[in-house]
Design a protein around this ligand. Structure first.
Ligand SMILES: C[S@@+](CC[C@H](N)C(=O)[O-])C[C@H]1O[C@@H](n2cnc3c(N)ncnc32)[C@H](O)[C@@H]1O
Length: 354
């Protein structure tokens, strides 16, 4: 390394990575303390002194630390920061569209997703990645907890937390889907949300398209006790065995949980389900990320997709896929054509035709 500042820049770059976890920790802390709600209820931008006053924090060191956390989140664009006067302490913070997604009263809030992803259970495995790469356990989750992800989700309090996190994600993605991809639902007679969790997405579809008969299919313990209504029915079962016969089978964020081999098995079961439905001219709708090589234009989306890839492979041996990888699965499962419709943000709708 030369002396033209390269060494110092490398040092700073390393430190940036060393503290890469801190924006997440700050985010978790601020939601736990209800800071976004305080700012919202205040009705105008709030200073750190006003926030600590509401939180009854009196220790000046802790006040200072809260201010630094607010600054970290403002730096990444998650909060907005403006000077109220000439003094530093007159800085006031307001919410952005992203931080509004953390408000308790926001109908599309993602708070449960944050608690799930940044909570103790999912934070546990990350220091063990290196150990996992060299040992015999299939996932870093098993290296950490001794049992697979899905088993822990069945047996412990982690299950309800996971289901709630999936539900809030589906609530947001569902709104985007029915707004941006309306045409894909027009004329459908019946739809099954395969591994549809507690039915949030199917509920949105049923509400927006009242003539479509909607079914939610998931493991028996996930749908146990959930109430059917007029055009929404819950069915327990195993997608590797048989999927209810319908016009259209939908898979949201399912295939990224599984290996290619398992995905082909699931897609074949979906193909059987739509071929044996009354309409016999159905399709499969896959709602997932499509990794793109030209993503360099949107640095943030590339980062999220790369991180999701590590998350999926190490926790459940799934993966995020690019179009070529998706196409391989679709053709191997016997579909003849597919159509990708990118939606705003991270997700695409992929329609598969037999
Ligand atoms: C990542 S979650 C996605 C839930 C929902 N589709 C969503 O996006 O909110 C995966 C779901 O697959 C379900 N699942 C796992 N194995 C299954 C199986 N063999 N048959 C049916 N559902 C299964 C889980 O219970 C869980 O609800």
């Amino acid at each position: 390394m030369d002396s033209n500042g390269e060494l110092a820049r490398a040092h700073a770059d390393l430190w940036k990575h060393l503290f890469g976890f801190l924006p997440s920790a700050a985010l978790n802390c601020l939601i736990e303390l209800g800071v976004p709600d305080l700012i919202q209820n205040h009705g105008k931008p709030m200073t750190v002194s006003e926030i600590v006053g509401e939180l009854s924090i009196t220790n000046p060191i802790k006040t200072c630390c809260l201010g630094s956390m607010m600054d970290i989140l403002a730096h990444s664009g998650f909060l907005s920061r403006e000077a109220k006067g000439v003094e530093d302490e007159d800085i006031a913070y307001s919410l952005t569209t992203a931080s509004r997604l953390l408000l308790k009263d926001e109908p599309l809030n993602l708070r449960q997703f944050v608690f799930y992803l940044l909570g103790k259970i999912l934070a546990g495995p990350w220091p063990l990645l290196g150990q996992w790469l060299k040992n015999d356990t299939p996932t870093v989750f098993e290296t950490c907890y001794g049992i697979p992800f899905w088993e822990l989700a069945t047996k412990s309090d982690f299950g309800p937390l996971f289901n709630e996190a999936m539900a809030v994600d589906s609530r947001l993605i569902g709104e985007i889907l029915v707004n941006e991809c309306k045409a894909a639902f027009e004329g459908l007679a019946s739809i099954v949300d395969v591994a549809g969790g507690t039915g949030t997405l199917a509920t949105i579809i049923a509400k927006n398209f009242p003539t479509i008969k909607c079914k939610v299919f998931d493991l028996p313990h996930v749908v146990a006790g959930l109430q059917n209504n007029k055009n929404l029915e819950f069915i327990g079962g195993d997608m590797f065995e048989e999927i209810p016969h319908v016009h259209v089978a939908l898979l949201k964020n399912i295939l990224h949980d599984w290996s290619d081999e398992k995905c082909i098995m699931i897609l074949k079961k979906c193909k059987e389900a739509i071929s044996e439905g009354e309409e016999k001219s159905g399709k499969v709708m896959v709602i997932e990320m499509v990794k793109r090589e030209d993503d360099t234009v949107d640095y943030q989306l590339v980062r999220v997709r790369l991180a999701m890839d590590v998350h999926m492979t190490s926790c459940v041996n799934g993966m995020e896929r690019n179009e070529k990888e998706w196409a391989h699965l679709f053709f191997a499962a016997g579909f003849t054509t597919y159509k990708i419709t990118p939606m705003s943000g991270l997700i695409s709708l992929i329609e598969l035709f037999p």
